[in-house]
Design a protein around this ligand. Structure first.
Ligand SMILES: Cc1ncc(COP(=O)(O)O)c(C=O)c1O
Length: 280
């Protein structure tokens, strides 16, 4: 199963003059599809809309996107839906066309199945050499420029098995840990008042994940203290628990960061369960 709708039509190609191709002038979303429906639709639309606003691209009507998404997802037990919105076709040169007509591309791919041991025992994580540049304007949104992630992900080979590195952490140029190449990061630290859930501040770089937002919400609803804060590698090494999250993986406990080992702890287990029982 694999299907693509470009501007509502079944197609596989876009114009070479499309500014998404020319400049990465656009935004995207990756959604999990379950029981014929895209999950957490409203949150994905909110981030897409925030990204379009920052780039001053006129966002297609969410109702139109939803009807196209539903037609692709119909009958799919589990799949992945990617939505790309670009500014559309333009002439040569950076100047955005005054009358740009955005391009929308929705594509469906098979569900990704990750090894069960990633969830049970946790994953091994490395620290990437590639850094994330700071840009407060673009921080948080899911724009199409992902060269830093591409370079970071190229730092280690693909592979399977328990000893393989499953994800890499990325730091900014001030040595703050920001996120994984394709995921957000949380750590659990004991304070005088009890355990605190911490996640990096994403004011200068990083993608504000939908799963990150859901985890913060379920944690706060459960009375867990949550802090979005500046975190260095030393802070991670002295944490009791570490975990990664995104739309497709859910939560992966981290059992090893470089040479240091971590237990898969109670907070990670509790939040994984709470996240799984979030229906949307
Ligand atoms: C760089 C980056 N950060 C964070 C995330 C997590 O975002 P979400 O929870 O919306 O999947 C992703 C997801 O692909 C990502 O690519």
């Amino acid at each position: 199963m694999s299907a693509i709708l470009i501007n509502g039509q079944s197609a596989e190609h876009i114009s070479v003059l499309d500014r998404g191709f020319q400049y990465g002038d656009g935004v995207f979303e990756t959604l999990r599809v379950s029981a014929g429906k895209p999950c957490h639709w409203a949150q994905h639309m909110a981030r897409l809309s925030a990204g379009c606003q920052v780039l001053r691209i006129s966002m297609p009507e969410p109702a139109l996107l939803l009807s196209e998404a539903m037609s692709l997802c119909a009958g799919e037990v589990a799949a992945v839906l990617k939505i790309i919105i670009t500014r559309g076709v333009g002439k040569r040169g950076y100047v955005p066309p005054a009358q740009a007509v955005p391009t929308r591309a929705l594509s469906l791919s098979p569900a990704v199945v990750f090894p069960q041991m990633h969830y049970r025992d946790g994953v091994s994580v490395r620290v990437c050499d590639t850094r994330l540049a700071g840009n407060p304007t673009l921080a948080g949104i899911k724009h199409l420029n992902r060269l830093e992630q591409v370079l970071a992900r190229a730092e280690w080979p693909e592979g399977e098995g328990s000893t393989q590195v499953a994800e890499g952490l990325m730091l900014d140029n001030n040595n703050n840990v920001i996120e994984g190449t394709m995921s957000n990061l949380f750590c659990v630290q004991e304070d005088e008042g009890g355990p605190v859930l911490k996640t990096p501040l994403l004011t200068h770089c990083g993608v504000k994940g939908i799963t990150r937002e859901n985890i913060i919400n379920v944690a706060e609803a459960a009375g867990i203290s949550v802090q979005e804060t500046t975190l260095g590698l030393v802070d991670l090494y002295r944490s009791q628990e570490l975990f990664l999250c995104n739309t497709l993986i859910g939560i992966w406990p981290v059992r090893q960061l470089e040479d240091q080992h971590f237990a898969v702890g109670p907070m990670t287990r509790r939040l994984s369960q709470a996240l799984e029982s979030l229906h949307d």
